[in-house]
Every structure is written in C-alpha cells, then in structure tokens.
Design a protein around this ligand. Structure first.
Ligand code: GLU
Length: 368
C-alpha cells in the first residue's frame, strides 16, 4: 500500500544482491529487477536507485578479497568497479528501454543544505527527462572522515533530499525479526515499526552480509532519518525474483512509519533548524502571490538585508517589516541585489548566466 501511494520511490540495492557468494554476478536477478522498475515507471512513479557494488565488483575483476583492503586501495578499486557496475545496469535496463544516469555523492552533497538543494534539482531534472538516477557514494575520493561508509544512510539522505515518499532497502533478509533468525528458530518478522525504542535497537544486531558494509544497525539509522523526514521505509528481501512486486503483493517485510507527515517535516526543517541569514523585503503583489502558494520572483523584491549564499535560510518580510514567510534562497544576497525588482526574463542578462527564475521556490518556502 505504501508503494502504491508513493510518487517518488528510492530503492537501495545491497552488494550481495548483485554478486552471489561464489562471486558470480546475478545477471538474471538484475534483468528481473528491471521489470519491476519498468512497472513502477509505467505507473508514473519516479524512481531513484541507490546501488552498492562498486568495490565488490572491482574486487571480483581484480580477483582480490574485499575484507583485507586498505582504504586507498579500495578507492582505486571502487573507480574500477563503478564503471562495471553501471555497465551492468545499462545492459540490463536498456533491454526494458529504461534510461539511466549516474550520480556519485560525497557526504557534503547531502549534509550541506546548499549542495543538497543542487542535488535535489538534479534529481528533478532527471525525472523530467525521463531518466532513472543510479546513485552511489563517490568511494574513489571519499576518505574515512568524510565518508558515509554505508549506502543505507546514504539512501535515506537521498530519500530526504529528493522528497521521496518511500525508501526500500533491499537486503538479504526479509526484515527485522524479534530475535536473530540465524541463531533462533522461534522468531517473528516485525511488520510495522512506529517507534524505534530500546528493544528495537537491541534486536537490530550488527550482523553484516558477505559483500556489503551495512548491517541491521545502519538500516535502523536510515529508518530514523526517514521517520523524521516523513518518508516510509522498508527493509525487504531483495534476493527474491521481482522483489518490488513481491512487496506489493505479499508485504512480507518490515515497514517503518514516519513520525511526522511530509509537510510537517519540511516545515519543521525550514522554520526551526537553522537561524535565517538574511531578509528579503517584498511588495504587496508578491505578498498576495505567496498567500496563493506561489514562488517568490525577483520582480517582487524591494530590498535585501544580510549576506547569504545560495541555499541559505531567509526571512521574507512585507513592506511593514512583518514576517510573512521563511524559505531557502535560490540566489546569494549579491545576486538578489542585482536582480531585485526585475522581471525573471532579464536575470540571464543581469547576472551573465542562466539561473532559475524563482528566488525562493514555493517548495522551499513556508508561509507564516
Ligand atoms: N559504496 C560501496 C560500494 O559501492 C558500498 C557501501 C555499502 O555496502 O553500503 O561498493
């Protein structure tokens, strides 16, 4: 049901789904998986795939054991494996006429708001062009201090910045059990989790799979991020053929239910999390437009106070200095000083480069 109601879906594939225990690539599985993706696209859903496997596939190519690798070596191997990984996707997805693109992210791309907004726009543009973005961490340049290290948390941040309605972590287990199914037969799959309490933390053991770096622990961390961003998250068994259809039909997985609605999550972030860096004074026409849920355009801006960068938090005030909204600016204060009061069509000429037409996009704004 959660998948059916979702417009934007992020699906994370663990390395062990692409490479089996005898180090063979699971080509048939990938082709079957592409059918699932095609079906979602046919239902007009937007899909982002977060795929691990660069290091595992690189190791396979070079006949190396992943476990004993030093970081600098694994960076080089990721660069070798990533291209193989994408070739694999391209080969199988093109059979179903699915266009794919590659995005390699580093930690700052999601943790810095400005960069995360850039990434968000890239996802949106790829959706418009009809492409399925395939994301991985940029393992070739990331060092320990600036690394996610696991694609579970990366996927949850991708879900958050892309405004996804649900994230599916495809793993080699059905979900979270009341006890570790490897050691105990008397276990039950937990179908739905609303609150990640101490008991859930306790039972999410640190067991890792053969190829991946994440275990249940990183999946629970990912679930916490999703719960606060209004995004449903599932841990599901990806080893099955057509894993997404299986979830839709059988729902034999663990779902984490968000604590707050999507709108609340966004509002909370915009209104509460960062102190505004500047102020935009707008005219009555713009104020009326904001009330109707429209974006703020340069033409309606009378003045700019403060020094801020693109992506920073700003207050939006009317001519009497009453706050009417808060949002994230798509331009720096310097840029707004150049374009304020002007029609959007002259932005290119005034700045010397093509930019967005909205100064604060309606999706990045909360009316007060
Ligand atoms: N980014 C790593 C890779 O592609 C995988 C990280 C993970 O296993 O979660 O090899």
């Amino acid at each position: 049901m959660y998948i059916k109601n979702s417009k934007i879906i992020v699906i994370k594939i663990g390395s062990s789904l692409l490479i089996d225990k005898s180090k063979k690539i699971r080509k048939k599985w990938l082709l079957e998986f592409s059918k699932d993706i095609k079906e979602l696209l046919n239902q007009n859903k937007k899909v982002i795939i977060v795929s691990s496997g660069a290091i595992a596939i690189g190791c396979k190519k070079l006949n190396l054991n992943k476990k004993n690798l030093k970081l600098d070596k694994s960076q080089a191997i990721a660069s070798i494996g990533q291209i193989e990984l994408m070739n694999l996707f391209n080969k199988n997805f093109s059979k179903k006429n699915i266009n794919i693109s590659q995005i390699l992210l580093t930690l700052e791309d999601t943790e810095q708001r400005r960069r995360s907004l850039n990434a968000k726009r890239t996802f949106e543009n790829l959706f418009e062009l009809g492409f399925v973005p395939i994301v991985n961490e940029n393992d070739s340049t990331a060092t320990t201090e600036i690394k996610y290290g696991d694609n579970d948390r990366l996927a949850s941040r991708v879900a958050q910045i892309s405004g996804a309605d649900c994230l599916i972590l495809l793993s080699d287990v059905n979900g979270l059990y009341t006890k570790n199914p490897k050691f105990d037969k008397n276990v039950k799959l937990i179908k739905e989790i609303k609150n990640i309490d101490k008991e859930i933390e306790r039972i999410s053991t640190k067991s890792t799979s053969e190829h991946g770096t994440g275990g249940m622990k990183t999946k629970i961390d990912a679930a916490k991020i999703c719960q606060l961003s209004g995004c449903y998250m599932a841990i599901a068994n990806g080893l099955l053929s057509r894993p997404i259809i299986q979830i839709i039909k059988k729902n034999n997985c663990t779902w984490f239910v968000p604590k707050i609605s999507k709108l609340d999550a966004r509002k909370k972030w915009i209104v509460g999390s960062v102190s505004p860096k500047g102020e935009l004074i707008i005219d009555d026409g713009a104020k009326e437009a904001l009330k109707k849920g429209k974006s703020l355009l340069a033409a309606g801006i009378k003045n700019v106070y403060g020094k801020f960068n693109k992506g920073d938090h700003v207050k939006i005030l009317d001519k009497n200095k009453e706050e009417c909204a808060r949002g994230l600016s798509s331009f720096s204060s310097n840029e707004i000083n150049k374009i304020k009061g002007h029609h959007s069509s002259s932005i290119k000429e005034l700045l010397g480069y093509i930019a967005k037409s909205e100064v604060v996009h309606k999706d990045d704004m909360v009316e007060i």
